[in-house]
Design a protein. Structure first.
Length: 190
């Protein structure tokens, strides 16, 4: 079953074309990587798919619905979550509280959000970091927290933008293990 279909997507910024006639589809349950050099338009594509940037032309269909005109929060509520190249922690919040922010997409209950955040932190083997401020953590741990925050919204599809950038080989191996766990054990299309 097709979960995401991008049809002839073009994104222009004035005279600059960042994405030009891009088409692809992802099936539910797939684990797909998008590669390309710096400046190739990968982040712009993610920004368009997730509703942060309006597309110049083309269409984005997610889970059978045309989401092209939707804003980012509307896309997120439909089950499409994403991370960012640079993660900026939410104010003076702990790791657990940051993950709870994602959980609030699906519940208004603080206790349910905390319980769900705790479950996600355990799933990703970072429960021991719960009480730390995200800004106090090394980059590799911050990247795992941003994944956990996105997962808090219970996505059907998780877009990870440059999740391994700036990490050493051991950290890359650990983040890849987390991604495989999210895909294989948590059942999220990545």
């Amino acid at each position: 079953m097709t979960l995401l279909e991008v049809q002839h997507l073009t994104k222009n910024f004035g005279g600059l074309t960042a994405n030009d006639d891009i088409s692809f589809q992802m099936e539910k349950g797939e684990l797909v990587g998008l590669i390309g050099p710096n400046g190739a338009g990968k982040t712009t594509l993610f920004n368009c798919i997730s509703g942060l940037h309006p597309v110049t032309s083309g269409r984005i269909v997610f889970d059978g619905e045309d989401i092209t005109p939707l804003k980012a929060h509307e896309v997120a509520r439909r089950g499409l979550a994403r991370t960012f190249q640079v993660y900026v922690a939410a104010g003076d919040l702990t790791v657990e509280e940051n993950v709870m922010v994602g959980c609030f997409m699906k519940t208004a209950s603080r206790s349910r959000a905390r319980a769900h955040a705790d479950q996600i932190l355990r799933e990703l083997n970072i429960r021991d970091l719960s009480d730390y401020m995200v800004s106090e953590l090394p980059v590799a741990a911050q990247k795992r927290v941003t994944m956990a925050t996105a997962i808090g919204s219970d996505p059907k599809l998780l877009l990870l933008d440059e999740v391994a950038a700036g990490l050493n080989p051991n950290e890359v191996e650990a983040i890849m293990a987390s991604i495989r766990h999210v895909h294989d054990e948590m059942g999220i299309t990545v």
